[in-house]
Design a protein around this ligand. Structure first.
Ligand code: PMP
Length: 346
């Protein structure tokens, strides 16, 4: 029998997709890890399973228990489905500016959803702090704490990294990913560096986040601008980011991200969400910086359906100055070559 062991057994072992037009045009192998094909629809299924099984091993989550988490959506979806499969209840605290599809989906799959106004991390009403308090006040409840729970990066070290290494026959020369919690970038970069120090590792960062500033300059001074990309954009060194091994970083604007998403759809047949657009645009920047001959891997985090009320809505796109320009890949590459990513002074 080749059946998987339930929902949890179907997480991971995702295909590595050669992005044909991007590879042929740049002279690099540009490869996307198809995390949108996880059974819960995103890269966060791995983190959800990793954190739940770690909590079970450490006796923090017992039969009939409740998983509580502050999440921008995908971790909540992963935790709820893993919880359903393993017999746990789930409470999800989510900023109320996230896409309505994600809130509806969370409710539909059985999570108790508590939307809260967005608040910075340092505020007591930040969604993570609220989740921590709810778990603290309940019997047999576990706060997953995805940002600072290193079981998150660990599952990527144990699964995503080795899968990429095997799927490229150890020929990977560069890895690039954006940071939400930092679990993916930390776990994969550490695993790849442990196999070969010569694998270059990069962070692709949206504007309004501070990871580009942190990895490039070691400070948080350059966090200007803003981004509509959900699930990424970090302003502090989380416990997961702490263990990342990153050589350099690129910033990706929302217009560059949208142009990349359009090309992925039109040229590759892949209908992907914003963070995948940031990641693939980051891979194009790595291709331009290092030139032809590289084997570059990035993460296709989730699909566009999760954002349809925004990405497929001309009014919303216009309001956010993101109306499609329909750039060809060649035009996008010329634009990216001219974009020097210089820090803008505060
Ligand atoms: N893309 C999406 C759509 C996400 O939900 C997340 C997780 N917040 C990420 C990327 C970033 O992954 P990580 O938390 O491992 O940094």
């Amino acid at each position: 029998m080749k059946a998987t062991n339930g929902f949890c057994g179907a997480i991971g072992n995702t295909p590595l997709i050669r992005l044909d037009s991007l590879s042929d045009t740049t002279g690099c192998e540009i490869l996307g890890k198809a995390e949108f094909l996880n059974p819960g629809g995103s890269v966060k299924d791995r983190a959800a399973l990793g954190m739940v099984e770690d909590a079970e091993r450490r006796g923090l989550l017992k039969p009939g228990g409740t998983i509580v988490e502050g999440t921008a959506g995908n971790t909540g979806i992963g935790l709820t489905l893993v919880g359903n499969a393993k017999g746990y209840r789930t409470i999800i605290v989510i900023p109320n500016d996230q896409s309505p599809e994600k809130l509806e989906l969370l409710r539909a799959i059985g999570a108790e959803v508590r939307p809260v106004p967005p608040a910075p991390y340092k505020e007591p009403h930040n969604y993570n702090k609220i989740a921590a308090r709810i778990a603290d006040e309940m019997e047999n409840a576990f706060w997953a704490n995805q940002f600072d729970n290193t079981a998150n990066a660990q599952i990527h070290y144990a699964t995503t990294g080795p899968e990429i290494w095997e799927q490229t026959d150890g020929k990977i020369s560069a890895f690039v990913a954006a940071v939400g919690t930092g679990g993916t970038l930390a776990g994969v970069s550490r695993f790849l560096k442990d196999q070969s120090e010569s694998v270059a590792t990069y962070c692709a960062d949206p504007y309004g986040a501070a990871m580009w500033s942190w990895f490039k300059y070691g400070h948080f001074d350059f966090d200007d601008g803003d981004s509509v990309a959900e699930g990424i954009g970090q302003g502090r060194v989380t416990e997961n980011v702490e263990s990342a091994r990153v050589d350099d970083a690129f910033r990706v604007s929302d217009r560059q991200m949208m142009a990349t998403l359009n090309i992925l759809l039109k040229d590759e047949g892949l209908l992907l969400g914003p963070s995948a657009g940031v990641n693939v645009c980051g891979a194009l920047k790595v291709a331009l910086a290092g030139g032809p001959g590289q084997t570059i891997v990035t993460i296709l985090c989730d699909g566009a359906q999760r954002y349809s009320s925004r990405l497929f809505n001309q009014e919303w796109l216009a309001e956010n100055d993101l109306s499609p320009e329909n750039l060809s890949l060649e035009e996008l590459l010329i634009h990216l070559k001219d974009d020097q990513n210089e820090p803008s002074e505060k």
